[in-house]
Design a protein around this ligand. Structure first.
Ligand code: ASP
Ligand code: MG
Length: 390
């Protein structure tokens, strides 16, 4: 009988040094010795992709997207090799594969590609020969043979899609935090780790800035009903299972997004600008009557075509309240924050989220306040609901 197949993914911090790579190898060996077949997906060493990206931007503020993928994908090639060598050194059969060697075929969208298929026969063959198969995350190859990347943070998606395509028993994402928290614990120290989180809540959290999991991997996992276990590579107990849950919390968490810009436009230009953003592949986080919210990193691209229409560009941040039962919260939270001297610049509500636009200097205090009021004191909300019913 075939042994169970597990896909394990290790992020940049987990492979940030040779010592850490040794710890990863030991974790992989432990899982292998428990009787599993293992595919490991790794990211580049921490900071490496940023370094490569800065080099590219030193040459051109809007680099050719095909060439950008060639440089950005280089970091992962280093880590797959180091990990495979380490496993060999510790006495285990292991082989490294870049995206194209693993037959990871994607569409043609450079810098934001989507995986379409993988060379299953090759990977199954290696696993049957008792190899630990170490695959480079974040990269693939398109139909023309060009290297593609999946968007920053894309190794999670490589892992989850490999798990789906290979019909693995489980996908484990090892990272530098021990699970999914109700808010980034570096900002809100009282944030709580969740044992389980529903796909839909996780999707909204990832969409609005929670960085633990790459958005497309959650979309894929939800569509295939494939559970993802998020674990710490430093102490792999606990963790969070991202799964389909029968009952969900009213408000499960907060997501923060920095490094956004509010681009104010001349009146009546919004439709033209939105169309141009779509052509340029610039994602719009929010579109109001006379301004757009985009990522800071897209500003140089935008300025190349739009100088005449732009009135003003200013930095902005966003705080998203994510949950199942948010009705009535938007106006209330604005009023309450105002009483705390925090101005909400704008706000909106859609399925599963209330989003507040704030000055970057207000983001952390707003997150702490909202977390304390709506998440730590959940009873406040349920209490209020009861009052409403009575
Ligand atoms: N190395 C890539 C990045 O930094 C992919 C990843 O880490 O998931 O974005
Ligand atoms: Mg990541």
């Amino acid at each position: 009988m075939n042994k169970p197949l597990i896909v394990q993914k290790f992020g940049g911090t987990s492979v940030g040094s040779v010592e850490r790579i040794r710890a990863v190898a030991e974790q992989v060996i432990k899982s292998k010795n428990e009787g599993n077949q293992i595919v490991v997906v790794v990211s580049a060493m921490s900071g490496e992709t940023n370094r490569l990206q800065s080099l590219a931007y030193e040459v051109d503020s809007v680099p050719n997207t095909r060439e950008l993928d060639v440089i950005l994908s280089a970091g992962e090639q280093v880590t797959v090799s180091l990990l495979a060598m380490m496993l060999n050194k510790l006495g285990y059969k292991a082989i490294s594969l870049t995206g194209w060697q693993a037959g990871i075929l994607t569409d043609d969208t450079h810098n934001q590609a989507t995986i379409q298929s993988v060379d299953k026969d090759k990977l199954y063959g290696l696993l049957d020969d008792d190899y630990v198969v170490v695959v480079a995350g974040f990269q693939g190859i398109n139909q023309h043979g060009a290297i593609t990347t999946l968007g920053r943070g894309g190794s999670d998606t490589s892992a989850v899609m490999l798990a789906g395509l290979l019909e693995a028993q489980e996908c484990q994402i090892f990272t530098d935090v021990d699970g999914i928290y109700s808010c980034d614990p570096r900002v809100v120290s009282s944030a709580k780790r969740m044992d389980k989180v529903d796909f839909s809540d996780m999707l909204v959290m990832a969409e609005h800035g929670a960085k633990v999991l790459h958005l497309p991997c959650v979309e894929y996992a939800e569509s295939k009903n494939l559970d993802i276990r998020v674990l710490s590579s430093f102490s792999p107990q606990g963790g969070t299972l991202v799964t389909r849950m029968a009952s969900r919390k009213d408000i499960c968490g907060l997501a923060l997004k920095r490094e956004l810009s509010k681009v104010s436009l001349q009146p009546n230009h919004i439709d033209t600008v939105v169309a141009q953003c779509q052509l340029l592949g610039i994602s719009i986080h929010y579109c109001a009557k006379n301004y757009l919210i985009v990522n800071d990193s897209d500003i140089s691209k935008l300025l190349q075509v739009l100088t005449n229409n732009i009135q003003n560009i200013e930095p902005i941040s966003a705080l998203a309240l994510v949950g199942y039962a948010l009705s009535g919260i938007k106006d209330e939270v604005e009023t309450r924050l105002k009483a705390e001297n925090i101005d909400v610049i704008d706000s909106f509500q859609c399925d599963g989220v209330v989003k507040l636009l704030l000055l970057p200097t207000d983001l952390d205090s707003a997150a702490n306040w909202v977390h304390a009021f709506y998440i730590e004191h959940e009873s406040t909300l349920s209490g209020k609901k009861k009052e409403l019913i009575m």
